[in-house]
Design a protein around this ligand. Sequence first.
Ligand SMILES: Cc1cc2nc3c(=O)[nH]c(=O)nc-3n(C[C@H](O)[C@H](O)[C@H](O)COP(=O)(O)OP(=O)(O)OC[C@H]3O[C@@H](n4cnc5c(N)ncnc54)[C@H](O)[C@@H]3O)c2cc1C
Length: 144
Amino acid sequence: PQPWDELLAVSTPQLSFQAVFNHAAATRRGGERRPGGALACFAGGAMADDLFELSDEAIVTRFAADLISLYPQLEGKLDEGAVRRHRRVVPFWAPGRRASLPVLRNPLGPIHLAGDYQLDMPSLADAASSGENAGKAVLASMGR
Ligand SMILES: Cc1cc2nc3c(=O)[nH]c(=O)nc-3n(C[C@H](O)[C@H](O)[C@H](O)COP(=O)(O)OP(=O)(O)OC[C@H]3O[C@@H](n4cnc5c(N)ncnc54)[C@H](O)[C@@H]3O)c2cc1C
């Protein structure tokens, strides 16, 4: 057993990433612990912008060192790291630009847009709700 087994997310201020996610925590809860798994280290915002300047290898080296500083038990146990770079992937509005949202929420004839930007908090839940809302609106516009 390891200290992160039951933790889905750990906030990591002062490190080169802002949070570690242990997605397997949800399946491990109360169940048998099996070897393996992945810890996902997330960096976003200005911190991620700075990391974009580095090679994958340099990012893995930096993240691995910080991860081990958090959980020394991982020393010598980390596999090869995998880096995923996403530039500007979460909806972002410059100050005042969110005013364009009502336009995006209006249907274009029979076309109803859907996406995480449509509701309050960009997330999977809002993306799914917005898709459901759009689907229902399309059905209603077809008289169904
Ligand atoms: C690293 C990361 C971690 C996240 N973690 C969480 C989390 O823990 N919990 C949570 O709730 N949310 C999380 N999110 C946010 C969540 O993933 C998104 O809000 C959600 O996936 C958005 O869904 P969507 O359908 O609106 O857009 P997307 O999933 O981005 O789908 C848009 C699709 O449109 C396609 N597309 C774009 N342009 C075109 C084009 N011109 N023609 C055709 N296709 C096009 C894209 O390829 C993509 O497949 C995270 C996001 C990121 C990036």
